[in-house]
Design a protein around this ligand. Structure first.
Ligand SMILES: Nc1nc2c(c(=O)[nH]1)N[C@H]1C(S)=C(S)[C@@H](COP(=O)(O)OP(=O)(O)OC[C@H]3O[C@@H](n4cnc5c(=O)[nH]c(N)nc54)[C@H](O)[C@@H]3O)O[C@H]1N2
Ligand SMILES: Nc1nc2c(c(=O)[nH]1)N[C@H]1C(S)=C(S)[C@@H](COP(=O)(O)OP(=O)(O)OC[C@H]3O[C@@H](n4cnc5c(=O)[nH]c(N)nc54)[C@H](O)[C@@H]3O)O[C@H]1N2
Ligand code: SF4
Ligand SMILES: [Mo]
Length: 755
């Protein structure tokens, strides 16, 4: 098989799409893929990326981790007089080895924008957002939330945070909001993203512990990607796959023929939401055909008999029919997994964003455990993280888990944290936060009256967002803290706090393979914008709880507090000396305890569970199985299509507040919203490529362009989440265990419109 991307990746894309929807589909498909990334890597500068002439004026350089995706590439920043004037991918970083995708290359450019929030803004009586200073902004912040708490109780104010600020900022926010300001409820956009993987790992391994390291991409002889499209979402991880010397089998489970599926040796193009059945059928074959590693299963797992009983009901033939696959393809995939000596199974949002995502993730975990594919090079049931610091949010956000992945409900845990922080244990809530959707319910029924949103844009990204926008309007007091003042969420705010962004502040991020890496201040934030860290400090002082955070003077001092909070836990980082050591070692993966550090310098690649000892009470990993449930909203006569949503191109990031500020990135994706439709459906409905269509669900209706392509199957449609239209259509429904929204399934109709 060939792992080399199509030759024609060199199509001239600089013609761009700024002036309208003028792309030719084949060119566009390459532009949005990893193939394009490769092209850019080989010839930096060709499309306007890379070293700017200013870089030649640099007098010194430093390194930092990229601030977009959880790959966590190292970037080298070229500085003049202490200010960054250009960047290049870092060659000496174990993650990316000199590669970066277009977002990374353009990371500095998006900081200079007329849309930056440069001053605090407050809504005046006429409804306009007007500029103010920090003194008045902090006064408004405290008066606004205090008034709500006095009238409706301390728990009537909540926060929604993010996987895109530094660990030290997350810890500060969580501690300030809950221990300082008396809030109980605060959740993050990681609920939209990683909650399913967190719950699945916690239940199966006893701790939220992704076991892998990126070297595994290069060491497997079989890689399985379930609901993941790394060519788009994690292009540098995909580059690592391309470096695999073993001519690996690549099995992709995705209803769409994605860029990743195109490069696979086996594409199981299953119907949407059939993964659990298909994975159980694969498990069934593994058991029936003798591929189980009984020695490993007996020594290190529990629940095998229940699993055998459960999957017996999922015969390959019946599942083939229900999932739209050929029985032989399911068998072939199972046998490939069974016969390979190092299998790694990777999953992302096609699994996590599902109403039965946790059990699906656990079906993947089960396959790895049954076949003994864990703790060795090239193996693992591996959830790939989305945002640059989603892993940080899992450990340090103090939302549903107490700091360091402890439990609010556990008295000993509360006492430990109070002791380390030197605060009264009575200040710690005795229960975790409501999940995101419950906070939204709380706004609907008047339990939540004040909301503070930090580094997330829910008015675009939350499921069924029209309703959310209405609810934001019902709040008594609403504060948004963001880098830009033109986001969909800022439009609803009573108060806007201007934040510095990546490149304008210090701290640490944790990438997908558990690697702590540094971000650095290499540029002055515009106007009065402050690092989130400084905003939290100023709020603590204004609120009157500054004393509690006396030692939290800068990110590095908070990192030292985090070390103490991690001691003795599976995420122990007491052996990391400090920020300088992170720089010297190319980042350090957790765990790295004092005891580990006595053995020498940290290895660059470490994986978990090599000894088969898991974090559960009995040390065994749990094989967890469940009933399969039907999708809540399936296509019908009125809404005959499945709508899938997800990432559209390498050059677009989420709600586009950042990526649409780069003229280079804007040339690499269609600027108008579009929906992908199969040629047979397009022909039947007389829809032309690029023509206007109206798309309708039970929640709302939008007008977008059509993109006719065989990458979606007949009866299915795909709309990138980067356009605000997508979540007008989606349906509020959730995984019952993780409360993660099921963004990738709902029923819609579409019809052509006249241009
Ligand atoms: N360029 C870019 N990169 C990004 C991001 C970005 O916005 N832009 N965001 C980052 C973040 S936060 C995240 S979480 C990751 C997401 O990274 P991915 O999860 O790889 O991206 P998605 O496109 O959301 O979803 C992956 C695939 O799931 C498939 N899918 C939909 N329904 C099903 C199903 O029922 N079964 C299966 N098996 N597959 C299904 C979709 O067709 C899609 O191809 O990307 C990260 N990287
Ligand atoms: N239909 C559909 N919807 C989805 C998804 C999907 O696949 N389909 N995917 C979901 C997933 S996986 C995710 S992760 C979410 C992402 O959804 P969001 O978190 O809403 O998306 P972003 O655009 O990343 O929003 C981040 C915000 O933080 C701001 N920001 C950036 N850096 C900083 C900083 O340092 N400080 C501060 N204060 N602000 C900053 C940005 O300007 C931006 O407004 O979307 C979810 N929504
Ligand atoms: S792959 Fe992710 S971390 Fe690497 S440069 Fe691109 S956005 Fe940044
Ligand atoms: Mo995400």
């Amino acid at each position: 098989m060939s792992l080399v991307p199509p030759e024609s990746a060199s199509a001239d894309l600089t013609k761009g799409t700024d002036e309208g929807f003028r792309f030719q589909l084949p060119q566009f498909l390459q532009a949005r893929s990893g193939a394009m990334t490769r092209e850019l890597l080989l010839q930096p500068g060709k499309h306007g990326l890379g070293m700017t002439p200013d870089s030649l004026l640099a007098d010194t350089t430093t390194t930092a981790t990229c601030g977009y995706c959880a790959t966590g590439c190292g970037l080298r920043l070229h500085l003049r007089d202490g200010q960054a004037v250009g960047l290049t991918p870092e060659t000496n970083y174990p993650v990316n080895m000199g590669m970066a995708c277009p977002k990374g290359w353009e990371a500095l450019r998006v900081l200079d924008s007329e849309h930056r929030a440069t001053h605090p803004l407050v809504r005046d009586p006429s409804g306009e957002l007007v500029t103010t200073d920090w003194k008045e902004a902090l006064q408004k912040f405290c008066d606004g939330f205090r008034k709500v708490q006095q009238n409706h109780g301390p728990e009537s104010v909540a926060f929604l945070s993010t996987g895109q600020i530094a660990c030290e900022e997350m810890a500060f926010l969580g501690a300030l909001a809950k221990f300082g300001m008396g809030m109980r409820h605060g959740d993050g956009n990681t609920r939209q993203c990683m909650a399913t993987a967190v719950t699945a790992y916690k239940e199966s391994f006893g701790f939220d512990a992704p076991p892998f390291t990126y070297a595994d991409f290069e060491q497997s002889d079989c890689l399985v990607f379930v609901g993941a499209n790394p060519c788009i979402g994690h292009p540098i991880m995909w580059e690592r796959v391309l470096r695999n010397p073993n001519q690996p089998d690549i099995i992709v489970l995705d209803p769409r023929r994605t860029e990743t599926a195109n490069a696979a040796t086996q594409h199981l193009q299953l119907r949407p939401k059939c993964d659990l059945k298909v994975l159980y059928a694969i498990t069934n074959v593994l058991i029936a055909e003798g591929f189980v590693d009984h020695e490993f299963v007996n020594a290190h797992t529990s629940g095998y008999d229940d699993l055998v009983r459960c999957v017996r009901d999922f015969s390959v033939e019946s599942v083939a029919e229900e999932s739209g696959l050929e029985a032989e393809r399911i068998r072939e995939a199972a046998r490939t997994i069974g016969r390979s000596s190092a299998v790694s199974l990777w999953w992302t949002m096609g699994v996590n964003q599902s109403y039965e995502g946790v059990r699906t993730a656990q079906a993947i975990i089960n396959i790895a455990l049954l076949t003994g594919n864990i703790g060795r090079p090239g193996t693992g049931p591996n959830s790939i993280t989305g945002q640059c610091n989603a892993m940080g949010s899992r450990l340090w956000s103090n939302t549903t888990n107490l700091l360091g992945h402890r439990k609010f409900e556990c008295e000993q845990d509360r006492m430990d944290v109070a002791d380390i922080l030197g605060i009264d244990v009575g200040r710690l809530p005795t229960e975790g936060s409501w999940a995101y959707d419950r906070i939204i319910d709380g706004i609907r029924n008047g339990e939540i009256r004040g909301l503070w949103v930090i580094a997330t844009n829910p008015a675009h990204s939350w499921i069924q967002r029209n309703e959310l926008r209405e609810l934001l309007g019902q709040l008594d007091f609403f504060v948004v803290q963001d880098m830009y003042r033109n986001t969909d969420t800022v439009a609803h705010a009573d108060l806007v706090l201007p934040a510095a962004g990546w490149g304008e502040k210090d701290g640490t991020f944790i990438n997908s393979e558990r690697r702590y890496g540094r971000i650095k201040k290499v540029k002055r934030a515009p106007g009065l914008a402050l690092a989130d860290f400084q905003i939290f400090r100023a709020i603590a002082h204004a609120w009157g709880c500054g004393d509690m955070f006396r030692g939290w003077t800068d990110p590095e001092s908070v990192f030292q507090i985090m070390k103490r909070l991690s001691a003795g836990r599976p995420c122990d980082i007491t052996g990391i000396e400090g920020f300088d050591q992170l720089d010297q070692c190319g980042g350090i993966q957790w765990p790295w305890s004092t005891e580990d550090s006595q053995r020498g310098a940290p290895d660059q690649e470490r994986r978990l569970f090599a000894d088969g000892a898991f974090c559960t009470d009995d040390g065994r990993a749990k094989l967890i199985v469940d009933q399969v449930s039907p999708a809540p909203e399936t296509p019908c006569d009125d809404y005959p299509f499945w709508l899938l949503t997800g990432r559209g191109s390498v050059s677009q990031w989420h709600t586009q507040t950042r990526t649409d500020k780069s003229p280079v990135l804007r040339k690499l994706y269609p600027n108008q919203p579009y929906i992908e439709i199969n040629p047979s459906d397009a022909a039947r409905l007389m829809i032309t490529n690029g023509g206007l269509v109206s798309v309708r669900s039970r929640r709302g209706e939008v007008t977008v362009r059509s993109a006719v392509t065989t990458s979606v199957a007949a009866g299915q449609l795909f709309m990138p989440m980067h356009y605000e239209e997508a979540n007008v259509l989606t349906l509020s429904h959730f995984d019952p265990h993780s409360r993660q929204p099921s963004y990738k399934d709902c029923a819609v109709d579409l019809e052509p419109l006249k241009d």
